[in-house]
Each structure stands twice: as C-alpha cells, then as structure tokens.
Design a protein. Sequence first.
Length: 257
Amino acid sequence: MFTLTDVRAAMKQGDTPRAVEIIKTILKENPSADAWYLAARMNTDTANALRCLRQALMLDPKHGPSLTLMRSLGGESKGFFGHLSDEIIITVYEQSDKSPVLRHFPRRAQLAAVGILTAIILAGFLVSGAMLVSSMQAAMPAPVPTVEPIKLVSVEETLNGFREAGLELLDVQVTAGARGARVIRFDLEGEQGKRYPIMVQVYDSVSALISEWNANKTLDPMLRVVGAPNAVLFYPVRLDVSLANQLAQEFRSIAGL
C-alpha cells in the first residue's frame, strides 16, 4: 500500500508522473486531509488546488497546512457545509458548460434546471473528489464524465447490506428524523470490546438531504462522514481503522458507488 512518504520520495527524485499516480491511488483508497493537501501542493492549476484544499478541509476543518495554503491562494475557509456547497455549484457549472443547451443559460437558470441539478448534486457531493483525482495530470485533457442513474437506498437495504458484509450491529434502533428522514443507530464492537456508536440518516430524496444539510452549519469534528445520494453515514474518528474501512466500503457498495 502506498503512503504519502512514497509520494514525497518520487517528487524528490523528480519523478512527477509516478508521484501523481501514487497520490491518485491514495486518494481513491484512503483519502485524508494530508493527502488532499499534498495533492493541492502538487497541482499547478490554482482552481484545482483550491478544490483539493476544500476536500481536505471537509475531512478536517482545522487542518492547519490546508488553511494556510487556502489563504495564500486567495481562497476562503467556510467550514464543512460551505465547502460542500462550493463543490456542488462548481460541478453544476462544469456539467452545464458541456451541455449544448445549458451552456447558453444564465448561471441561475443552470442551477435551477430540472433533472440535471439532481444528477450534478450527486456528482458534486460524491464524485467531486474522484474527478479531482482524475484531473491531477494537467497535461492530459479530462474525460467528459458520464452521469449515471441515481440509486436511492432504503433503511432495510442498508441494514441488510451491513449484516451480509459480516458486520455485527448491536442495539439497532430506527427512528424518525427531520424532513422525513429515518435515522438508523447501532453500535459496532471494536478492539478490546469497546463499542462505537454509528448513525445513518436515510432521506426520501436527494433534495431532502441537501435541504437538511443546508439548514445545519456545524459538524462534529469527532465524526467522519460518508455521503450517498439520499443517505449519510456518520462514525467516530476513533473507530478502529479496519472496521471503519469495512463500514465505509460497504456503505458505498450499498449505495452503488
């Protein structure tokens, strides 16, 4: 498994293509604020560098190096939801500019376009990181992304998927949340029998999820977040690494990501 040390070693040797390939692999398999910060440092395009920094600050809002570089590049630290909103809007504009119809619309009309907005919210919320990884090689033209149908998950599908993956869910509770959401809560047992609380919020639609998140301005820094089109997984940053990876990977699989 590659590490950031491998990236720095390749850069020190002047092997930029290898450094780019390694950081792309790390960002796909084990993204972190440090990895996104290093990607920003490697990026010669200011706009892409700022997007890398937004990804870093969504993972760790207090990441010092990212905050410093963000300010030096003329960017603004807006907190998790501010950066998430920026990513969604940027991706809407990118997709609209590729459309022979929408590219002639005013920006406000592009944001309000029915259908394309829903698809791009999904892309901005879930795929913006992957698109940034693919654009690390600035010399190569970025491929036109394909918009896939949106899959909405259910509470039952989520619970069954976790169980079928071998996760032992303890004290499962399903309650009603805001904006029609259903909230799943359960514990996972880590090393030495320590229990960790897990929460999944499942919404009726993508728009309900976005509305709820826009209404909230803070995120607990002790939680990790994994997003799906109509659901969000929350788990503690202290959750055992192997267990956290299995949980997040299975959640993405359930959501069809």
